[in-house]
Design a protein. Structure first.
Length: 132
């Protein structure tokens, strides 16, 4: 490959010589490097991602149906499918329990488990869905 200096670039641009090559050799790699180093990827959780968070971090004790697994019942987890439980808790109460913990010493706050706390509203909706 030729060395590209100012004279060569000017020649390519003026003569209309292989701009495809110039584009391929310069612009595409520069864009890739810029993207890798300067652009932070942003991800939004889909409904399936939040369900996966529940499955991976909550289901062991709370069960797939929200009624509590056998192990969870031994630790005194609430039955999310119980309408009385649902009425007794606001969304904010649930989010506070998820982030700060509960009176139950066996409960580990979600942040301590590495869960992205930006999905609390969606997790509350999953818990609310067990009583329907």
């Amino acid at each position: 490959m030729k060395n590209l200096n100012n004279n060569t670039l000017t020649f390519y641009l003026l003569e209309g010589l292989p701009l495809k090559k110039l584009f391929s050799y310069c612009v595409i790699p520069a864009t890739a490097i810029f993207s890798l180093y300067f652009v932070q990827p942003s991800f939004t959780a889909s409904a399936n991602d939040v369900k996966l968070i529940y499955k991976d971090t909550c289901e062991l004790c709370h069960g797939s149906d929200g009624k509590g697994s056998e192990a969870g019942k031994q630790f005194g987890v609430p039955d999310f499918s119980d309408p009385d439980y649902q009425r007794s808790r606001t969304d904010e109460d649930m989010k506070e329990s998820m982030t700060k913990g509960t009176k139950n010493p066996n409960y580990v706050p979600l942040g301590d488990l590495g869960v992205d706390l930006s999905h609390l509203d969606e997790l509350v909706q999953i818990v609310r869905g067990f009583s329907k």
